[in-house]
Structures are given as structure tokens and as C-alpha cells.
Design a binder for this molecule. Structure first.
Ligand code: F6R
Length: 234
């Protein structure tokens, strides 16, 4: 695992954006795996800036999102988050975007997305991490699922996500890429932001054991992972 420690979140977001932009330059039809939440926002801001400055062309790129809430309101969906924070501001073709439908039948969505991952390999997968070590919404437990699946969200995740929902109606189920789908990406970029992630970050940095109780430790099995975090969290 290649580790990049930065003084500030902003510096880390800049480095993360540079890695994505370099991959896009190298492969204009890049299939980019995307995450939502607070962590990637600084990266998305810089991707938009690069596009507006004429330094990035997303016209041939494709994206697939890690996860989506099941049965949530449109305004709470990760789809809307992605359009608001990235897709509406770059020249990515809308038919090049893959994300689970928040209103669609979950079983049908699981089949559709499993088919997508049978036919496509993610070139670069961007990840955040939950305070409990989840990646995508692969929550800690006795076993982890390899393929796209519907999952209940862990109580800790529901609590961590509550900050996004003023009315307290936090979704409790999601469709997520499985651990195998994530680990089949050609390369992985994980960014870790926030005090609540200190414990899982330390476990990643100081141990090489793999445990289903901290799903992010499975990244130790992947040959090309870059981890970005603030130095002060280590
Ligand atoms: C979201 C996702 C989650 C988040 C994680 C951290 O698409 O896959 O694993 O990356 O919950 O969220 P933030 O960045 O909001 O702390």
C-alpha cells in the first residue's frame, strides 16, 4: 500500500485529484469508480476546476458508483449528490454513468449491476471509509459479500450519516458493490478524512492482518492501493 500523508485535507484532495487526472490523461475512456459522502468533495471540486480550465476531458470517460440508498427520496439520493457535486459540472456523457436506482426494484438492480461488473473492469476506484472500516457499504461482520448486494446499514453508519438528514429519516438499507467488485479494480485510491476514522486508519497503517471486522483491511490483498490521509490522524 502506498501511503501519502498530508498536512491538510485540502492538500490530500489535491493529490487525489492529480492521481485521477493523470489516470484520465493516460486512458481517456477510463472507467472510474466513485464514492459519495464528505471525503471526496474536495477531489470533485478540483476535477471540476481542471475541466473548467481546459485541463481535463471526461467526454470518453465512464463512471460507476459504489453504492446508493434503497428507497430514499430523490433529494437524499447519491445520484443527486453526484449530479450536484460532479456530473453537472463536467463533460461526462450521461449514458456513461452507472449508479443503482434508488427507486428501482432492489433485486433487479442487483442483477443489472452484477451484469455490469461481469462485463466491465474498473480502472481506478475511489473510496472513502466509514468510522467502522466499511468501504462502499460493506459493513463489518462475520462474513463479507463479494458481489453487488443489498445490505442493511450498520447502526454506526446510520448514526454517522444522520448529519445529512435534517428530519432524522436516515436510510437504513443500501445497494453496494461487494468486496470482490472493489478488489477487482485495477487500482484503488482511498482517502481518509475525519477524526472518527483515526482507529481504522491506524489499523490499516500499522497492521497487515485482514479481518472482516474492518473491511478496509482487505485492501492489503490488492497490489495497487494508494491511501491518502492527514498526518495528524496517524
Ligand atoms: C459512500 C461510501 C461510504 C463512505 C463512508 C465515508 O459512497 O461508499 O463508504 O465513503 O461512509 O463517508 P464520509 O466521507 O462522509 O465520511
Amino acid at each position: 500500500m502506498k501511503v501519502i500523508l498530508t498536512k491538510t485535507y485540502e492538500e490530500g484532495a489535491q493529490k487525489g485529484a492529480e492521481i485521477i487526472l493523470a489516470a484520465l490523461k493516460n486512458k481517456p475512456d477510463l472507467l472510474l469508480g466513485l464514492a459519495t459522502g464528505e471525503t471526496p468533495l474536495g477531489i470533485y471540486k478540483r476535477l471540476i476546476e481542471a475541466y473548467k480550465a481546459g485541463e481535463a476531458d471526461f467526454s470518453r470517460a465512464r463512471t460507476v458508483n459504489l453504492d446508493e440508498y434503497v428507497g430514499c427520496r430523490e433529494e437524499d439520493s447519491y445520484r443527486k449528490f453526484m449530479f450536484d457535486n460532479l456530473f453537472d459540472h463536467i463533460n461526462l456523457a450521461h449514458d456513461s454513468i452507472t449508479i443503482a436506482g434508488h427507486k428501482a426494484d432492489p433485486g433487479a438492480e442487483v442483477s443489472r449491476l452484477r451484469g455490469f461488473f461481469e462485463r466491465n473492469t474498473v480502472d481506478l476506484q475511489l473510496l472513502g471509509i466509514g468510522p467502522n472500516g466499511h468501504i462502499g457499504f460493506n459493513e463489518p461482520g462475520e462474513a463479507l459479500e463479494a458481489l453487488v448486494h443489498v445490505t442493511p446499514l450498520a447502526e454506526a453508519t446510520v448514526q454517522a450519516n444522520a448529519r445529512w438528514f435534517a428530519d432524522g429519516a436516515v436510510p437504513t438499507q443500501a445497494i453496494t458493490m461487494g468486496m470482490g467488485d472493489i478488489l477487482r479494480a485495477r487500482s484503488i485510491l482511498i482517502m481518509i478524512k475525519g477524526e472518527s476514522k483515526r482507529g481504522v486508519l491506524r489499523e490499516l497503517l500499522h497492521k497487515t492482518t485482514v479481518t472482516t471486522q474492518n473491511p478496509a483491511t482487505f485492501l492489503h490483498l490488492h497490489p495497487d492501493v494508494t491511501l491518502i490521509a492527514e498526518e495528524s490522524l496517524t
